[in-house]
Design a protein around this ligand. Structure first.
Ligand code: DX5
Ligand code: ZN
Length: 218
């Protein structure tokens, strides 16, 4: 099997927003991407941040922006201009006939384009764009909040996707810690979002190193 590069993406949702850039500074040398959760209070029952805060982020590492919002096509330009490297939209909110145009638009804005689905969705929902996207994000919790429990039912879906797309970046998000990362990596995921497992730790660099080691050895 192709061994895809392991990437760790700390989620700033679990950071202290009052000193966000300081928090990012602490983890960015060890991280591959900085995961930014955008929530609109409609697609998910929580509201987080918008383009001005994304713009205020000073990070050496690329911003992996996860749009948990309805009508993402209306906002991708603002997030691209705010400095996003990757924009992930949800398959649940963009009908099939509009996805390719949205992916094209995101690319024209200079970003990578990725798609995500919730833990209760089958891969068939996004099969139409698997050859078009840069990454697929399989949610391993229902989006909205950090600190939830990893949903193991998603594991067969990770395996199925890896079998279909040997070299695609497969990201998992939700409940990833030093133990669950092994399960997800073994199934074929290679990009790992982790909020609580990193930001609740005193030694965050060490927490990231441990996650990486456990994924690489799985
Ligand atoms: C959940 C967000 C996640 C969240 C993960 O809706 O999309 O990115 O920050 O947090 P943990 O790693 O704490 O489950
Ligand atoms: Zn996320």
């Amino acid at each position: 099997m192709v061994k895809n590069k392991i990437k760790i993406a700390p989620s700033i949702l679990s950071a202290d927003f009052g000193k966000l850039n300081q928090e990012i500074k602490e983890i960015e040398d060890s991280a591959d991407l900085i995961h930014v959760d955008v929530m609109d209070g409609h697609f998910v029952k929580n509201i987080t941040i918008g383009p001005p805060i994304v713009k205020s982020i000073k990070a050496k590492k690329p911003l992996d922006v996860h749009l948990m919002i309805e009508e993402p096509d209306k906002y991708v330009e603002a997030f691209a201009k705010a400095g996003a490297y990757n924009l992930t939209f949800h398959g649940e909110v963009v009908p099939k006939e509009k996805r390719k145009d949205l992916i094209k638009k995101i690319r024209e804005l200079g970003c990578k384009a990725s798609i995500s689905i919730n833990p209760d969705k089958e891969l068939s929902l996004i099969k139409d764009v698997l050859d078009d996207v840069d990454m697929v994000l399989l949610m391993t919790v229902f989006p909205g909040f950090g600190g939830q429990k990893f949903i193991e039912d998603v594991v067969p879906r990770i395996k199925e996707l890896r079998k279909l797309k040997p070299s695609l970046d497969i990201e998992v998000d939700g409940g990833i810690d030093a133990e669950t990362i092994k399960i997800a990596a073994k199934a074929g995921a290679n990009v790992f979002v982790a909020g609580n497992a990193i930001f609740t730790q005193k030694d965050r660099k060490n927490a990231i190193d441990e996650l990486r080691r456990n994924a690489e050895n799985s």
